[in-house]
Design a protein around this ligand. Structure first.
Ligand code: NAP
Length: 211
């Protein structure tokens, strides 16, 4: 385990960014594992509003993704959910979100953006990525058995060319995927035990992912 939450007098916060369409146990476990491993005082889940890389893709309404995420995190006192991105009009960029979080938590807060390895491989295409590296560090979560070759090269490139800091964390359960859950619901297959019961109930009550 790394340093504790306030050992430099700094607050350490994890930001769990994702589409969460829908949120599942892989996301929840990754956030909790990162919180414990890196001594984060809390993890804030921020469902994306209108993600830049999914403009041509159909995703569920932000309000549904936000409400399901709120239900999923409600039993963990160290988790929060934020409306920062779902309430924003237009495309939501992580840079803008981080700037806002800096203004809330101050320049001394230690902020970690937690996301999947695929997102990290694309990081150098993100809006204002160089400035983003001055606002937060990254924790990239991978499933056991992940082939690190490409990821390690990217992390090295980001570190030596742009000073970006990316930490890796291997976590079980990341084989669960939102895409697979949506397809399972569409074809009437089981999803129980892949995601919290409250989220499953919310999905069925609102008829999500049927078509
Ligand atoms: P994605 O491309 O849908 O996800 C890629 C992979 O990572 C999927 O396997 C996904 O699994 C997994 N994943 C996504 N978020 C994760 C998380 N927090 N923890 C663990 N695994 C995660 O990624 P996304 O969800 O749309 O985007 C991730 C974050 O990057 C969002 O906050 C988004 O706003 C940000 N982003 C920003 C920019 C930009 O500012 N220009 C561009 C791209 C992405 P599931 O499908 O099961 O979730």
């Amino acid at each position: 385990m790394h340093k504790n939450a306030f050992d430099n007098g700094q607050i350490k916060i994890g930001i769990m960014g994702g589409t969460f369409d829908p949120i599942h146990y892989g996301h929840l476990f990754a956030a909790e594992a990162a919180r414990v491993e890196f001594g984060l005082s809390k993890v804030i889940f921020i469902p994306v509003g209108s993600p830049p890389h999914k403009q041509s893709q159909r995703i569920s309404h932000p309000e549904h993704r936000y409400r399901a995420t709120a239900l999923a995190v409600s039993s963990n006192p160290n988790f929060e959910v934020s409306r920062l991105e779902v309430d924003k009009s237009g495309i939501t960029y992580t840079f803008d979100t981080m700037k806002k979080l800096r203004s809330i938590y101050g320049k001394d807060a230690d902020i970690y953006f937690i996301t999947g390895a695929d997102a990290v491989l694309e990081l150098l295409t993100w809006y204002k990525f160089k400035d983003l590296f001055t606002l937060c560090r990254f924790i990239t979560v991978t499933r056991p058995g992940y082939n690190y070759m490409e990821l390690e090269q990217k992390i090295e490139e980001i570190s030596s060319n742009y000073g970006g800091e990316i930490l890796c964390l291997e976590v079980p359960l990341l084989d669960i995927s939102s895409t697979d859950i949506r397809e399972r619901i569409r074809s009437g297959k089981a999803v129980k035990y892949l995601l919290p019961e409250e989220v499953e109930a919310y999905i069925f009550k609102n008829g999500l992912y049927k078509e």
